[in-house]
Design a protein around this ligand. Sequence first.
Ligand code: KMH
Ligand code: ZN
Length: 275
Amino acid sequence: MKPLIITAAICGAEVTREHTPKLPLTAEELAEEAFKAEKAGASIIHLHVRDATGEPTQDKEVFRAAIEAMKDRGVTAIIQPSTGGAAGMTWQERIQPAYLSPEMASLDCGTLNFGDTIFVNDMPLMRNFAKTMAEHKIFPELECFEPGHIYNALRLRDEGLLPEHLHFDIVLGVPGAMKASPKNLLFMTELLPETVTWTAAGIGRHQLMINHLTIAMGGHVRVGFEDNIYYTRGRLAESNAELVERIVRIVQDSDRTVATPEEAREILHIKGGQK
Ligand code: KMH
Ligand code: ZN
């Protein structure tokens, strides 16, 4: 098996300081958190940003400040801004970080119930995002919360809107969408073409179970406060790095190795290629 890529989703759009006082919000806090997560073993930082009041924003300049702060702090991991933002944002708001031409960005592949709201991703929006990412030489991570999302992604591929190598993120356990279970992860991954790479995210208390399964199945791992703020039941994680450190131990005990940022670029075919 190839080295395993750990993605740290360090902030998200929904978690608040009321949920966990450890949540990084400002550019400097995000940079410090990303740096420590990378030192612990993360090679991708999935990035959401917040405005001065702590609310989620997709403002290009707020992303620019966070990315610059990360680079100044010494982050060499792949920085992957979200183009999902928060449910209810317009597509014009959401696409803004793509104009900064990051190495990678998330591309959500379908509409779903997201808690009490609807996270809208129709085909025209997805085509628009995929085209914009291709124009800016951004490698997309294809976020799929339901089986139909995988078919939508393959439709984008058939329309020539995606790079040759495809990388998926299977997200399970969002309230209103597909539940996190071994059976559902197996079902979702069996829909994927053989040549792709994939990671998976389990929401809330399901994070660790999904992490264990993906390590055993040859996938990659996503952890972080965006999906889960607890280390164990009732005990908040000290940091994103603490969650990453545990994954590193499990990966090594499972006789797999953890990818460096450069290895992650090779595995994803973005080294000197896509960007
Ligand atoms: N915050 C969710 C509504 C992404 O980053 O691309 C969407 C999300 C997906 O987090
Ligand atoms: Zn996200």
